[in-house]
Design a binder for this molecule. Structure first.
Ligand code: SAM
Length: 444
């Protein structure tokens, strides 16, 4: 029978009027019990995951960039087995705190929280917040003292699940009580921090830690009955490890559906925006630098991972094949050629390295997904296109072409009716036009 010619992924782009920014961003989680506990702005909504998993069916779910754990926790709520991976320990914390909340009594949480609030206000011993260079000055002196007393008091909580919840509640209000704000790509600073800041942020009157903590505990307690009914089943697996390494350990054809959103190739640095939370979790200066380098390349600071990958993969031919897919991709190569031609005009010369390595690493991830996803299984990926020096890089088409080389068929690339504007710098120079924000669906 004659085969109908497969359309190139570019022809699969459709604007989906039902796809809202609320669904593909954290906004949709602001009212979801449990998910609203931590403001993870780069997340997508639990309702989006639920609708994608209902389309896809199957029993096993994977998210190689699990962020705050939206995919794996939603899958668990739907009775599916799920595995998440992230270099940051946030999804592991989220899974841990939901599990703790599902198994402890509300009264015990309330009693422990009352004790912590008393300590915050008291004059007892403390364990100082261990600042990183990039977090120094983040809190007013009074908050610094409250935090120190909270750390000390948390240490003496005997029950690990209660300790988990209290510790998490403090972590999730750090931004609120600080002179910082996670704002797009940056952590912005209020000048009262004493930092020399270019873009002025006025956070107004900051709440005291004990007040912000009290509100957070109230929210957690309010959500606990729901969490108890939704997350009492088998716990999702959350690995704090680079997916460039962790995927390698997964069995072939072991997963039915992947719902994920990798870092975008847009210079966003998670280790800076989440510095307060990472410092609270005990990251040292060297720990943060190592974490930054372990991140999928998305900033100009990322160094190539070629040698490291070669060690991880040993004799496997997969990285070589992935590199070959990049070398033969016409769109990627022409984008790189353009950037190289304009190298002297780029506002940072490492943008070329960023683009090269972003795609090289994504090609490895996609090749691994091709190995791990079962026949007829689905990959759903949320990602943004990017623009450098006035040139749009069609990340959606390039990655979908990679997927087709890894055994998938690109079923659709659904774009949001409104894309993203460009940076003010680019807007001044190259005019305004929107960048596509899409969900790709690849079928194995
Ligand atoms: C767009 S966020 C994912 C958000 C997630 N969908 C959610 O709803 O919370 C991308 C995540 O990729 C993680 N990441 C970056 N490099 C990684 C790597 N090499 N391996 C695993 N995760 C990585 C980041 O830490 C970040 O949490």
């Amino acid at each position: 029978m004659p085969q109908s010619p497969t359309k190139s992924p570019g022809k699969k782009i459709v604007v989906d009027p039902h796809l809202t920014r609320r669904a593909v961003s954290y906004q949709g989680n602001k009212t979801s019990p449990g998910f609203r506990w931590l403001k993870f702005k780069e997340g997508f909504s639990a309702s989006l995951v639920e609708s994608l998993l209902s389309i896809s069916g199957g029993k096993s779910v994977l998210d190689p960039f699990s962020g705050a754990g939206t995919t794996i926790l939603t899958a668990c709520k739907m009775g599916k087995r799920s595995v998440g991976m992230d270099v940051m320990p946030i999804s592991e914390k989220m899974v841990g705190v939901m599990d703790s909340a599902a198994h402890v009594s509300i009264n015990d949480v309330r009693d422990a929280a009352d004790g912590i609030m008393l300590s915050m206000k008291g004059s007892g011993d403390g364990i100082p917040f261990e600042h990183l260079r990039i977090t120094r000055g983040a809190f007013p002196p009074r908050t610094e003292r409250e935090l120190s007393r909270a750390r000390h008091a948390i240490k003496s909580i005997g029950d690990e699940s209660i300790k988990n919840i209290i510790n998490f509640a403090v972590m999730s209000v750090l931004e609120e009580v600080s002179y910082t704000r996670k704002d797009g790509q940056f952590l912005r600073w209020d000048p009262r921090s004493g930092r020399d800041v270019a873009a002025v942020l006025d956070k107004g009157r900051l709440p005291l830690l004990n007040k912000a903590f009290e509100m957070k505990i109230k929210q957690i307690i309010e959500d606990m009955p729901h969490v108890k009914s939704a997350y009492a089943g088998p716990r999702p697996v959350a690995r704090t490890e680079s997916s460039l390494k962790a995927l390698r350990k997964m069995k072939p054809r072991s997963i039915d559906a992947v719902v994920t959103s990798p870092p975008y190739a847009n210079r966003y640095d998670y280790t800076r925006t989440y510095a307060l939370e990472l410092a609270w979790m005990g990251y040292s200066e060297t720990g943060i630098s190592a974490l930054r380098q372990a991140m999928l390349t998305a900033t100009v600071e990322n160094r190539p991972k070629g040698e490291w990958l070669a060690k991880v993969y040993g004799r496997s031919s997969l990285p070589g094949e992935a590199a070959d897919v990049c070398a033969k991709n016409r769109r990627l190569q022409s984008a790189l050629k353009y950037l190289k031609r304009h190298a002297a005009e780029l506002n940072n010369p490492h943008i070329i390295r960023l683009v090269e390595n972003y795609f090289a690493e994504m090609a490895v991830i996609i090749a691994e997904l091709g190995r791990i996803v079962r026949k007829n299984g689905n990959v759903f990926m949320v990602n943004d296109n990017v623009r450098y020096h006035g040139m749009d890089i069609p990340v959606d088409i390039i990655l979908s072409e990679f997927a087709e080389k890894s055994g998938f068929t690109c079923e659709s690339i659904r774009a949001l009716p409104r894309g993203k504007g460009n940076s003010s710098q680019q807007m001044g120079k190259f005019g305004r036009s929107e960048l596509r924000k899409c969900i790709y669906r690849w079928k194995r």
